[in-house]
Design a protein around this ligand. Sequence first.
Ligand code: EPU
Length: 342
Amino acid sequence: MPVSLESNVSLRAYNTFGIDAKARLFARFASVEQLRALLVLPEVQQAEKLILGGGSNLLFTKDFDGVVLKNEIRELEVISHDDVSNTALVRAGAGESWHGLVEYALSQNLSGIENLSLIPGTVGAAPLQNIGAYGAELQDTFEHLEAVEMSTGHLRMFTRAECGFGYRESVFKNTLKNQYIVTAVVLRLHRQHQLNVSYGAIRTTLEEMGLETEPTPADVSEAIMRIRRSKLPDPAEIGNAGSFFKNPELSQAKYDALKAEYPDLPGYPVPGGVKVPAAWLIERGGWKGVRRGAHGVHDRQALVLVNHGGAQGADIQMLAQEIITSVRAKFGVELHPEVNIM
Ligand code: EPU
């Protein structure tokens, strides 16, 4: 299929916040060849580029005066088995939905990503921010990825070490920002299951489901989906991009001082300090459930900003800024957006 460039395209259906911004140029690609064909077009070469996966970690605050390239590369395949480690390598096209990959793994009786069930977005976007939830992160099962260099069209492989993963971080958000387009991801999954149910809510939910003894990976996935559905708004119903902010990491001294003032402040030790839930700070700042016309703060998870319908991205950005200022004034803690603000 030849590639085609469209002009002035509404992005509303392509971002989970449901913001009605427009792209000056827009094209889809379903293979590395199609991507290369697009990258050599003069209009594309000259324009600012935005690679779109599921649009689930993005806030458009204005129209995008460049070219949006929508990744639709599909593939789900078990490519090899290793009998010594009892693992299998699964290769997924970057345009596959992340949850589709989780379901595929479960259908092959492979475990390792069940705790990441129901995370919106695509496979190709997952490594950019090293997606994580309920005690698991992408990097735990990540083997390597393939990516096309935008300036040359060359395909390159990145090992886990080369991706520089951190908490919601990778080289693709930092030193290599806007330089590579992920086309495929390969994960090493387990044939002998080692389930991670250490996150408190997983165990209680499995108990409620009557599945606490010898749960299967599919049971854990089901429990995770229940937990997520009970707290996080479904983007098909209420526009949102999941956690809007990262959980801040405080020095031990700063944490101890805050804890003396707020004894119920939760905290999780991390190398070099303590991570605290931004949701707690935002809720205690009085923001949970606050509604400003068409946008606001979710009433069941204070870390999630929502578009109830028809909100402007700039309004949501302004609300985020107000929350940052208020948390800084009350707790002396700096919040940083997790979502990409365009
Ligand atoms: N809390 C509140 N108020 C709230 C919600 C939470 O005070 O409205 C406090 C509670 O103390 C709770 C703690 O925050 O125990 C943690 O809450 P939760 O388990 O919901 O997790 P989170 O830290 O708010 C992170 C991720 C989520 C991920 C969950 C589960 C970040 C930025 N967010 O949220 O990821 O699903 O843990 O592992 O790390 C996302 O990145 O988009 C996302 C949804």
